[in-house]
Design a protein around this ligand. Structure first.
Ligand SMILES: CSC[C@H]1O[C@H](OP(=O)(O)O)[C@H](O)[C@@H]1O
Length: 346
């Protein structure tokens, strides 16, 4: 079974990831032959973005199962509990990581025997990957209906093909609208400190020939006040049961500004990012990352040695600031508590 997209390639024995730390200046790849290497790739953000992290962890789980020469299923089960732990202990906020690993473990336990288990797990990882692409395309179509010909959309971070297995969530909505013939312009904010907007979103959209203008994060309010922005679309790392959304740091600020200016604020998220077990945004673990992401920019030090740093990688946007949540099953409007639950009812 094989898979090849802009973000990742599964060869059957290796997971090859484009190194997103190097984009836009270089297109280099990291070849992961072991589950440990996949864990490093997730932790170091070689691959990033909730759905992309989930799919990568699923293939990492397969690499773990391939590694062990065991005589009994019980022995394999023990070893795979460790594989899951190593992959889970990489980044805490994106629920897709845990959703994918739970799904892989359930496949292992339900299969329950040694013979054919690797093929079964590989099938499941491929299903997770292909379902993500399909979900993004469906989500794109639902979301495109919310955009008018000539709209300018502000994006934050990168919720594009690079954040998923392919096509993207927020950028998937923009791609779908453009594919329907709508003239859509994008204002991409740079998204300090990791610069996913400047480095990844601008790169992706220019490759697709989509009109993109780069702004620094502190320009978004003024762009809204000047009437340049018709809508905001962002991705998500975890949607809580009440509709609160954890996403890249700075999302909350953009949402408050959009509310102030009466601009619709949409979140594009597949159901694999919706976590009904997390009641509200207060319960979402927020990753804090190394200080050098803030004290350095492009590898150049921009702050004094030993300066104190606060570097939360995500924030939580309150449900009341969100106009709608675009999913592959349709657009969800408030009351989110009630309407998100319906997505999971048969
Ligand atoms: C489609 S999920 C994209 C989501 O993930 C990003 O975080 P990171 O780059 O740290 O993995 C960001 O929150 C995006 O909105």
């Amino acid at each position: 079974m094989k898979l090849k997209t802009m973000t990742m390639e599964w060869t059957g024995n290796e997971l090859i990831l484009i190194d997103q730390r190097k984009i836009p200046l270089k297109e280099e790849y990291m070849t992961c032959k072991t589950y440990e290497e996949v864990a490093i790739a997730i932790k170091e953000m070689v691959v990033r973005g909730a759905p992309a992290i989930g799919a990568s962890a699923a293939f990492g789980y397969v690499l773990g199962a391939k590694k062990f020469n065991v005589n009994t299923f019980e022995e394999l089960k023990e070893k795979m509990f460790h594989v899951k732990e190593v992959l889970a202990n990489t980044r805490p906020t994106a629920v897709n990581l845990f959703w994918a690993l739970e799904r892989m473990e359930k496949t292992l336990l339900n299969f329950g025997k040694l013979d054919g288990i690797v093929e079964k797990l590989e099938e499941e990882a491929m299903a997770i990957a292909n379902e993500d692409i399909e979900a993004n395309r469906r989500m794109g179509k639902f979301g495109a209906k919310l955009l008018k010909d000539g709209d300018t959309v502000l994006t934050h971070c990168n919720a594009g093909a690079l954040a998923t297995v392919d096509y993207g969530t927020a950028l998937g909505v923009i791609r779908a609208a453009v594919e329907e013939g709508k003239k859509i312009k994008v204002y991409a904010d740079e998204t300090r400190p990791y610069l996913q907007g400047a480095r990844l979103t601008a790169w992706e959209l220019m490759k697709d020939g989509i009109d993109v203008t780069l702004i620094s994060d502190n320009m978004s309010g003024w762009a809204m006040k000047l009437g340049k922005i018709n809508a905001v679309i962002v991705g998500a790392d975890r949607v809580a049961a009440n509709g609160d959304v954890a996403n890249k740091i700075g999302t909350y600020m953009v949402a408050v500004l959009a509310k102030r200016h009466g601009i619709p604020f949409y979140v594009a998220a597949p159901t694999s990012t919706i976590d009904l077990n997390t009641k509200t945004g207060k319960d979402i673990p927020i990753e804090e990352r190394r200080h050098t992401e803030v004290t350095h920019c492009g590898g150049t030090q921009i702050a004094p040695d030993n300066v104190k740093v606060f570097n939360p990688a995500f924030d939580v946007t309150d449900a009341e600031l969100i106009t709608a949540i675009i999913t592959e099953k349709g657009v969800v409007y408030p009351p989110y508590e009630e309407n998100l639950k319906k997505l999971f009812e048969e």
